[in-house]
Every structure is written in C-alpha cells, then in structure tokens.
Design a protein around this ligand. Structure first.
Ligand code: SIN
Length: 322
C-alpha cells in the first residue's frame, strides 16, 4: 500500500507507545501506535507476544512494509520456517507469496486449518500481510480453538483429553502429477514428512488454556480408534470451528497485517474474491512440539472458562402459564 499522510520517524518504538484494543469476545485484538518500518525495542516485542497469546489474533492496520521488513518483524518472535509446498519467493525461501489472479486461482486455503500440523513441531504463529486486496471479498476467518474446547461438555472434554491424532501432508499430494518423476518426488516428500501424532487437546504453553488441536486439512485419524469412531469424533471436533461464537472474520484493509497464534487458532481463507487479484505475503515462526494434558505441568493448566455454548440458561425465557 502507499502511505501518503504519514511521515517516517526514526526512533525505536517501545511498549509505552502501543495500545491493545480487544476486537472480538473470543479472539482478535488491534494493536495501534506502532509503525512496523521502525525498529521495535524488547518491551514492545514482549507486549506483542503477550497480546498474541492472550487474543489469539492480533492486527496491525495501515502498515507500509517491504518483504524484508515483514521477515525482520517475524524474526523478532522466533526462527522463520520454510514451507515445503507453498509458493515461496525465490530469493527468500521463508517468504510465502500468494499472488492469486484469474490465471492463478487460490489453492487449498479454503479449509479450516492450523498451519503445518503435519510437522512434529508446527509453527507457533503466522504473519499474513495484505499487499493487494480485492474490491470485494477475500476475507479470512479465524476460530479460537480454546473457546471451541471450552464449549464442549465436561464428558467430551474428559474423553478427548488423553487421545492422540494423526496429521499428514495429504492435501498437498494433489499438486504432484502422475508422471514417474512426480511419483519419485512425492515419495521423497512422504519420506521427509511422514504422518505425525499430536495430542487432540493441547495445553497452550503461555496461557495454559486447553485447545482442540485437530483440523480438517491435516488430521486424518484419531490414533487407536476404529475408522468409523475416528471419523465421527473428528467431525464433531471439526464442527467446533464452525460455531460463530468461536469465530472472528477479518475484512482486510490495505496494508493490514495479521499475526495469529497457530497453537490456539484455526483459519480459513474465503475464496469468494476469485477471479479478482489478491496478493498476500506470509511468514511462519517456528514452534514447539504440542504438549497434551497429561504431560503438561498441572500447575500451568488453566480451567476451562465458564461455558457459553451448551450452558442451560434459556436466556430468561420462562414457560407462560394461562
Ligand atoms: C493461509 O492459509 O495462510 C492463507 C490465508 C489467506 O490467504 O487469507
């Protein structure tokens, strides 16, 4: 985006300048008072880190940054990772560039997912920056999987808390052709990225909240369950991301940057803008191996907050007598 009314200043931004305004009940906050072209001091990074974990999704509006500045900002929060399949910038492998046009339709992001859960240690967070947005459509949806967990019944929470699920690169297999070369290449990827297991309920390492950690893009089965049981349970858990109370819908503005917590949030890119042009740049930041409820330090595990979904209150409605 082009910024005409704002002039750059060369001081270091600290936590005293930035404000965090909550935007959604279960996730989403806006960070203001910060220009991402300028260096950030450690106090600002700490404040951003805290808001990221607490709100799951943080937004920065009207930024005007280059790809290198996006990468430098991401690198303040950890090592940048290289996606094995996404369209990367040739000179900068850690920079994903989604440049979708009539001739290059978006692929594979209109499915609820956390990024790269086919890895043993999926990313802790992802930054997505709007370079060119369509006149209409092209929103991104987010779901708090901590709120999704809180919304389950006590019995379901207890049942799923010791389970593990299998995650796989399956959606990317479609990009390989049916030629001998492609079959060899796919075999090589399957060898490098074999299916991995993660706890179905992960404990967030910062907030201690329990999070549903299965997603319809990469999770293929619940370990040690009959296929029919596994499918039924996964469908039930996938459904939690579809509950509007657990969601936040981001309508992108020019130069907007979203930084989501990949440990607790799923997302879905709405492909309704196609065939309009939409250009986004993305970096992902390395994370840790997910820890389940049994392996987590009991003192760090937070109790589920009061449930909204499933709570029997009837909203003040009472039966009327004649
Ligand atoms: C993604 O899944 O990272 C892409 C999200 C988007 O393009 O809105």
């Amino acid at each position: 985006m082009t910024r005409s009314a704002t002039t750059a200043h060369n001081s270091t931004a600290g936590a005293d300048r930035l404000t965090v305004r909550q935007l959604g009940v279960n996730l989403g906050a806006l960070i203001e008072g910060i220009d991402l072209r300028q260096p950030l001091d450690e106090s600002a990074c700490d404040a951003i880190r805290a808001a990221h974990a607490e709100h799951g999704l943080i937004l920065f509006r009207e930024q005007d940054i280059t790809a290198d500045q996006l990468m430098a900002f991401g690198a303040r929060f950890g090592e940048l990772t290289v996606h094995p399949f996404a369209p990367a910038d040739e000179a900068r492998p850690a920079l994903i560039r989604f440049e979708n046009t009539a001739d290059n339709p978006p692929f594979g992001t209109d499915v609820w997912h956390s990024d790269e859960t086919f890895r043993t240690a999926p990313p802790m967070g992802t930054m997505l920056y709007a370079k060119e947005i369509p006149a209409l459509g092209g929103d991104t949806m987010f779901a708090s999987m901590a709120a999704a967990y809180d919304g389950l019944s006590d019995r379901m929470q207890a049942f799923i808390s010791g389970l593990e699920a299998v995650h796989d690169i399956k959606p990317f297999k479609a990009i390989f052709g049916d030629t001998p070369e492609d079959r060899v290449l796919l075999q090589d990827y399957e060898f490098r990225y074999p299916p991995v297991t993660h706890p179905v309920v992960r404990v967030h390492p910062v907030t201690g909240r329990k999070v549903i950690f299965v997603n319809p893009q990469f999770t293929i089965a619940i370990k040690d369950m009959d296929e029919r049981e596994s499918t039924a349970l996964l469908q039930t858990l996938f459904h939690q991301a579809l509950i509007p109370e657990n969601q936040f819908r981001l309508n992108w503005g020019p130069g907007q940057l979203a930084f989501w917590d990949n440990r607790s949030v799923q997302h879905y890119a709405v492909h309704d803008y196609y065939p309009q042009r939409r250009v986004m740049e993305r970096v992902t930041i390395a994370g840790d191996e997910p820890v389940g409820v049994a392996a987590a330090d009991p003192a760090s595990v937070r109790r589920a907050k009061d449930k909204i979904v499933g709570k029997v209150g009837y909203g003040g409605h009472t039966p009327k007598g004649d």
